[in-house]
Design a protein. Structure first.
Length: 415
């Protein structure tokens, strides 16, 4: 198997980055105000007018200012009614896969530095919530053995969390507190297992019992397992007579429930706060031919499942939710996989969708979309095409180069 086909086989492992911050100086301003002697009445630029005269003067000035604003706005085009991206985290480095090894890049694509290089192939890197560590998979050259490994952000202190056969691995995800790793893997004939591993004590791994008669993970692209909260996980699966199903289960093995099901979901995603699930499904005609695609937004707590439309063609595909959890980026195509654009949509429908730029024509299996931690940039990796960075506000695109597959964008805590 070639390196390229290895990448394609391991696509399902991928999961679903100049920060403009306002300094928090309110306390210092208040302290300075309290310590400053106030002017006596009549001092400063105001004449010593009577109370009634002063009120009338202030009212006149306010009215004049309002009129000025109105005049200035006449004839000026209204901006797009799209929420301004909310800064949630701080952008760190990019973690990319290049020639089956893992490298760091600065956010502008420069200064490539090796992080994990060696025999076999590394893939599926996922940063911990605080950005101090990352988990990744390592497969040997024979594609027969996989290790799930956690390392410091510079690649040091690599610690194996779990080992399994190459065809038995499914997916893994960090808990919200960054202390545990959930690993979905095959555990024997007709049996899949969900293991919870304390990252600082891998020997403490425990299995969460999953109901039988379901094959978990390994279906569609995107999420296989994720954390909706500190004690509830999301797993994807398939049943022969039902189709593909998304489940929730508590970390102690209780509370197993169905959240959503589809005849064939693709590209499952989970919002950063664990509130929303996303997936898309193909629309088929009476002969079973795909004639469109619909993106779904599902509330994890209630299972409420609704279609979220871009209003831009009949093929609404990958939907990735922003870090703030109020908007999302969706790939919308006019015809199949042609004429595809990246569209910003509002999750509650309060604002109009907005096209921010083309993303080329690869299929969803050959494309990966990653938001920056601050929500102001979007990375689009595409097989056999340059990886691009798109500015959410302006749509400006910057190429990072070809042959670079973005694994993750490091989140850093806000100062």
């Amino acid at each position: 198997m070639t390196g390229e086909s290895l990448d394609r086989t391991l696509e399902s492992w991928l999961r679903d980055d100049a920060d403009r911050r306002v300094p928090d100086h309110l306390e210092s301003v208040l302290a300075a105000t309290v310590g400053t002697r106030q002017r006596r009445q009549g001092a400063g630029p105001w004449p010593s007018w009577s109370g009634r005269t002063r009120v009338l003067a202030i009212a006149a000035l306010v009215a004049l200012a309002a009129a000025s604003v109105t005049l200035l706005s006449v004839g000026r085009p209204r901006p797009h009614n799209v929420p301004v991206p909310t800064a949630v985290g701080v952008n760190g480095v990019l973690l990319v896969r290049f020639d089956r090894d893992l490298y760091e890049l600065d956010a502008n694509g420069s200064n490539r530095r090796a992080v994990v290089v060696g025999p076999g192939g590394e893939f599926g890197a996922v940063f911990s919530p605080d950005g101090s560590r990352f988990a990744f998979g390592r497969m040997d050259d024979n594609l027969s053995h996989v290790q799930i490994v956690v390392a410091n952000v510079d690649g040091s202190r690599q610690t194996v969390m779990l080992e399994t056969r190459g065809d038995e691995s499914r997916g893994y995800a960090w808990s919200p507190d960054g202390e545990r790793l959930a690993i979905l893997h095959h555990a024997g004939p007709s049996s899949d297992s969900l293991s919870i591993v304390e990252v600082d004590d891998p020997a403490s791994a425990r299995a969460v019992s999953l109901p039988r008669h379901t094959t978990y993970g390994h279906f569609g692209f995107g999420l296989q397992v994720g954390w909706a909260s500190s004690d509830e996980l999301i797993v994807t699966g398939s049943q022969r007579k039902i189709g593909q199903v998304i489940y929730a289960i508590r970390a102690d093995g209780s509370g197993f429930r169905e959240i959503a099901k589809s005849a064939g979901y693709e590209y499952v995603g989970l919002s950063a706060d664990g509130r929303w699930l996303t997936y898309f499904e193909y629309v088929r005609d009476s002969l079973g031919h795909a004639v469109g695609a619909r993106s779904h937004l599902v509330e994890v707590a209630t299972g409420d499942d609704r279609v979220l439309s871009s209003g831009h063609g009949a093929w609404d595909q990958e939907l990735v939710i922003s870090p703030a959890g109020t908007t999302g980026a969706m790939v919308a195509c006019l015809n199949g996989f042609d004429g595809c654009d990246l569209v910003i949509v509002s999750l509650d429908g309060s604002s109009a969708a907005r096209v921010i730029g083309p993303v080329g024509g690869p299929t969803p299996k050959e494309r990966r979309i990653v938001y920056s931690p601050d929500g102001r940039k979007i990375l689009v990796s595409r097989y056999n095409q340059p990886t691009i960075v798109i500015d959410v506000a302006t749509g400006e695109q910057t190429e990072l180069g070809e042959g670079i597959w973005i694994e993750a964008w490091q989140p850093l805590p806000r100062p």
